[in-house]
Design a protein around this ligand. Structure first.
Ligand SMILES: Cc1cc2nc3c(=O)[nH]c(=O)nc-3n(C[C@H](O)[C@H](O)[C@H](O)COP(=O)(O)O)c2cc1C
Ligand SMILES: CCCCCCC(=O)C(=O)O
Length: 387
């Protein structure tokens, strides 16, 4: 059973009386800067950076600032319920760990640490195709924890089918198909360092261990790693899928399918028409299109158009409990969190991910209480004011 989230606050305040001293900052604003001191400069820039001028990252945060919460008083919010149902599963909070590739660049335990932390809190971890550990290794670390698999949809149907079969066999319940990264954006921070983790062999654990991928290679990756890396890059970038190809995924995945990277109402409608189960309104944390619409600005029209026919999830820029309430009030069923827990991973592995997520969940619970809500289901448009 999930802990009483706000309890982390008491645990910290009472550290002198047997509680816990936070291992690093609890401040979401200082978190990124503090991570800069503990991970390599290349890894820091890769995680913290965005596309082009960084305008979309800035817009993501600015959009949250335009909405204000309107607290209500004397609502008896002493006993609260932060749980939420997402695609039929009850979660302790409407929070998931966004798919994040190449986690070994910030900590040697990478996805294994993240999986353990997520499982301890009962939050779904969405494992990236571009992970540093295999689908099966991460499933082992997740134990009974909820796990979803994120697909970078390769240009080879055998490789795609093989990875989906493996994910299903390893107990991943839900497939998240990321649509916005079919080729990599112009990312100046990485270009300036001539740094792309994949070209150093990072994040290839799943394809390198995949029989269908290995069958495409003239030599085994162990004998010719550069060729294997280049083959992977050619399969996973510059892909040419269209809406007509979605039935292929449905044929090879019998659980819920969620499309990630939706920002236009018409694309959300197409996802419904294609029989998808969910969408993630996301601009990839500002890492793909510079000058794109802030993800939070894209959310309300999409939720209004399709929110009763498909599960609408949200990410990009969520940093605090208040941010989560704002996204829920604007129509999201749940949010995905990206960079914050990656910084925690860089700081202290599993404990670092746990610290960041426990802090976020405590903040959510306390913000829910102080705005006068007793449950997540009470949060709605009337909880907000647009300034
Ligand atoms: C270092 C890094 C790696 C990422 N890797 C993936 C990935 O492999 N697959 C994917 O769908 N999204 C990936 N994303 C995007 C996240 O899933 C998510 O959309 C984004 O981080 C949300 O924004 P936020 O970081 O502002 O919370 C990555 C993001 C970061 C920061
Ligand atoms: C096929 C492109 C791989 C990129 C994987 C990592 C990622 O999504 C990111 O934002 O970085």
């Amino acid at each position: 059973m999930a802990e009483r989230f706000g309890g982390y606050q008491n645990e910290i305040y009472l550290h002198g009386l047997g509680g816990t001293k936070p291992p690093f900052t609890t401040d979401p604003v200082r978190l990124a800067e503090s991570a800069r001191e503990v991970v390599s400069p290349e890894a820091y820039d890769y995680v913290a950076g965005g596309a082009g001028s960084g305008a979309t990252m800035v817009a993501n945060r600015a959009a949250f600032d335009r909405w204000k919460l309107v607290p209500r008083m004397l609502t008896d919010a002493t006993a609260r319920d932060t749980s939420a149902t997402v695609l039929g599963a009850t979660l302790p909070a409407p929070v998931l760990l966004a798919p994040v590739g190449v986690q070994s660049i910030v900590h040697q335990d990478g996805e294994l640490a993240t999986a353990r932390a997520a499982a301890a809190l009962g939050l779904p971890m969405i494992l990236s195709t571009a992970s540093s550990r295999t689908i099966e290794e991460v499933a082992g670390a997740s134990g009974d924890g909820p796990r979803w698999f994120q697909l970078y949809w390769p240009n080879d149907s055998d490789v795609c089918a093989s990875m989906l079969t493996r994910a299903k066999a390893a107990g991943y319940s839900t497939l998240v198909v990321t649509l916005d990264t079919w080729t990599l954006a112009w990312r100046p921070r990485d270009l300036d360092r001539a740094y792309l983790p994949f070209l150093k062999g990072e994040g290839l654990a799943t394809p390198l261990s995949d029989p269908a991928f290995r069958a495409l290679l003239e030599k085994a990756p162990e004998d010719d790693m550069p060729s294997a890396i280049l083959r992977w890059v050619s399969l996973f970038t510059g892909t040419d899928h269209s809406w007509e190809h979605l039935p292929f995924l449905r044929e090879h995945w019998d659980g819920p399918i969620v499309l990630k990277g939706i920002q236009h109402v018409d694309d959300a409608r197409r996802a419904v028409d294609a029989g998808m189960d969910g969408i993630v309104v996301s601009n990839h944390g500002g890492r793909q299109v510079d000058g794109a619409i802030a993800s939070l600005e894209a959310l309300p029209p999409i939720a209004n158009a399709v929110g009763d026919r498909i599960e609408v999830l949200f990410d990009s820029g969520v940093r605090t409990g208040a941010d989560i309430l704002k996204a829920l009030a604007l129509g999201a069923k749940a949010v995905l969190i990206g960079r914050p827990w990656v910084y925690g991973l860089g700081h202290a592995g599993e404990d670092g991910v746990r610290h960041v997520l426990r802090g976020l969940l405590a903040d959510l619970d306390i913000s829910l209480a102080l705005t006068g809500h007793r449950s997540i289901s009470e949060v709605g448009p009337e909880s907000l004011h647009r300034s």
